[in-house]
Design a protein around this ligand. Structure first.
Ligand code: PMT
Length: 396
């Protein structure tokens, strides 16, 4: 359940901080990416070098990254990068700050910015843990949906025995994995996603293509696998890495894409066509490179198969969602397209919106269903993918 997840690990000033080094390794063994935030006090117990070596990422402590250039660490970006935040060990002091909503450290502002699930693993002496203030703070955090990973009983750094030892790293990872297993909202759902452009060959060196980078489709595939779905991605020619746990098939032309998608269609629950499939291809593909001879060259085009329309015609249980890339009369055209192709929904993105459509890391969509238009703000394609998959969850 942790494979491919972005884990933000925050370490505060407790002797249990040495266990956080093991915690990083446990997360990485499970296939997660880890970024670490430390407090000043944490660095009295572990070094940045240890943590950055193990996590293979820089370690964050301060708002300012470089005094001279004014470069700063962006707590908002880090908060939205995270699929989960773990504060381990969490001291009584940090727990109290989390409750108060303070923002006077990089850790605290990142916590305030983070919309992902947060896990807090307290570590302190037994009386500090039993203290009414600490108990009341933990209760408040728990009521605010922060997951508390209870400390265990045993020998403490003070020499006393009791409850206050941070849970062991392997146990923390098991608890978090189980949390995500229970939240795997798309578990056992088979989702097929298309992404990228298609290339329709004119001759061995030239083709008709488009500017799709595949980013939107790959973001959807990544989000779907994070939610526990079995994800297959059929991709046109793009330069992107396959997300964890996703089975990818590469194709070039619309005809090839049609074959790969059609072969899988009867076994899937959801089809999302985010690929920019060519509508036309050359009638004839030349065997050799066309020479520059006449002043004009006419290439006759014919329609490609409409993959989405053909499959939506024969759909039974499947939820079928298309994309519409429009440049004018956007809402009207997209709604017509949804009806004509018999879709459960269509995602409109318009080239008239800055930052939306081809190539960008962001997109601005309207989710159109037979009964409504849901408009969303411009946001990263990762966040757009979440909005679309929330809708898919509603459908199934
Ligand atoms: O890849 P990115 O750079 O991240 O950009 C994302 C995107 C802009 C490509 C994506 O968000 C998007 O809009 N994809 C669909 C683009 C498109 O082809 O739109 P369309 O309006 O021409 O097609 C409508 C739908 O029919 C699409 O779901 C398309 O996949 C499908 N189609 C189109 C033609 C065809 N022959 N067969 C199809 O199945």
């Amino acid at each position: 359940m942790l494979s491919g997840k972005n884990v933000l690990l925050a370490i505060t000033g407790s002797i249990a901080a040495y266990k956080s080094a093991y915690l990083i390794r446990e997360f990485i063994k499970k296939g997660a990416q880890v970024k670490v935030i430390v407090t000043e006090a944490a660095l009295q117990f572990v070094t940045k070098v240890t943590l950055s070596t193990l996590s293979k990422n820089p370690v964050y402590k301060d708002f300012i990254k470089n005094e001279e250039t004014g470069q700063w660490n962006n707590h908002v970006d880090l908060g939205s990068w995270a699929d989960l935040m773990v504060i381990a060990p969490a001291t009584a002091n940090t727990i109290s700050d989390l409750v108060s909503g303070k923002g006077n450290s990089f850790l605290l502002t990142t916590f305030l910015s983070c919309n992902a699930p947060v896990f807090v693993a307290p570590a302190m002496d037994l009386d500090m843990f039993k203290n009414k203030s600490t108990q009341s703070n933990i209760k408040i955090l728990s009521e605010r949906s922060v997951e508390i990973i209870e400390p265990t009983e045993g020998e403490l750094a003070s020499g006393l025995e009791g409850k206050g030892r941070m849970e062991e790293p392997d146990q923390i990872v098991t608890i978090i994995s189980e949390y995500f297993l229970n939240k795997a909202t798309l578990k056992n759902i088979n989702i097929l996603i298309s992404a990228g452009p298609t290339y329709e060959s004119i001759d061995p060196v030239r083709f008709i293509g488009n500017h799709s980078s595949g980013k939107m489709g790959f973001a959807l595939a990544n989000e779907a696998q994070k939610r526990g779905a079995n994800v297959e991605l059929v991709s046109g020619p793009v330069n992107l890495e396959t997300p964890e746990n996703v089975i990818r098939t590469n194709v070039k032309s619309a005809q090839q894409m049609k074959k790969e998608i059609t072969d899988r269609f009867k076994n899937i629950d959801v089809l999302i066509m985010s690929a920019a499939v060519a509508d036309y291809k050359p009638v004839k593909e030349y065997d050799n490179k066309i020479k520059k001879q006449e002043a004009e060259l006419n290439i006759v085009l014919e329609k490609t198969p409409d993959i989405l329309k053909d499959l939506a015609k024969i759909k039974k249980k499947q939820v079928v969602v298309g994309f519409a890339l429009e440049t004018e009369n956007e809402l009207e055209n997209a709604r017509q397209k949804m009806k004509r192709k018999n879709l459960d929904a269509i995602i409109l993105n318009s080239l008239s919106d800055n930052g939306a459509g081809f190539g960008y890391d962001t997109n601005k969509i309207t989710l159109i269903t037979p009964s409504e238009n849901r408009k969303f703000e411009l946001k990263t394609k990762d966040l757009v993918a979440k909005d679309i998959l929330n809708f898919i969850e509603e459908c199934i």
